[in-house]
Design a protein around this ligand. Sequence first.
Ligand code: GAL
Length: 337
Amino acid sequence: MKSFWKVLSLSVVALVFLAGCGGGKKGGIKVGLSLPTQREERWVRDKIKMEEEAKKLGVDLKVQISDNDAQKQLAQCENLIAQGIKVLILAPHDANSAAAIVEKAHKEGIKVISYDRLVMDCNVDVYISFDNVKVGELQGAYITKLVPKGNYVVLAGAPTDNNAKLFREGAMKYIKPLADKGQIKIVMDQWVKDWQPAEAQKLMEQALTANKNKIDAVLAPNDGTAGGCIQALAAQGLAGKVPITGQDAELAAAIRIMKGEQTMTVFKDTRLLGAKAIEVAIKMAKGETLTEANQTVNNNKIDVPSILLTPIAVDKNNLEEVLIKSGYLKKEDVFKN
Ligand code: GAL
């Protein structure tokens, strides 16, 4: 009985100690993180990586998820600002209205990192993302090489997300010249509200019906929307028969690629992006200069100092090399069926 109480009290001491260490919290640099959603795997990964990194480096990271709601994101960021954060890492749901968040943060002397998505029309301090035009170029080059003529469904992401415009711009560099020549016929050209897979599925169903199932290729802006389109194709027995792009290297997409239902995806290593954001947040909090922000991206107001990582196109030929060997996805998960 005595030893029971000894073990119990030791466990309590250990727990209290661990709780104190948790997240490198108390006393660490306070950083706010505002993400648009956790509905998509990529944003779950960003969150996990930043929390891990913050813990390792003793940053007190305060996380808020806005559930694709601009008003909610504003309110949550106001709350973070009130908590005395030094830096805000902001992945905006709405690129334009989020400018108000940046202004509010600046009024309190808080620096803002535009994370993955650019906040438009404001003096945001730094932008950390991937080369997003390049993401679209990888999709466009891939699909037009495979399908240089025929009926194309062209979907873009959420109109509220500046990235969606950049992805589309990159892809259209390849699709438009062929459409102008009359080789490609764009039978549908639509934005997908909030990047919703169900919305993409609906659009794909419409395109199939309107064209009596004669669709030769689909530009899907990311894996979530590709998944929606593939469900619509599957209902017509066409999954795997119509080449379709994607982005994000989600597990579900990797499985579809190996099954032959999705043609490609674009890998953006969220581990690198997340770690970079925490590293930059620490530097900013200490007032250090960011030598690595050596390029700029214009946000309609200023040329924002930017750090842009490189995306990689992935299909069934290099999936194992790029996604599994790097530890991003587990072999047993990709090949579980
Ligand atoms: C983009 C992001 C993509 C994708 C999409 C939907 O801004 O760059 O990786 O996840 O949003 O959330």
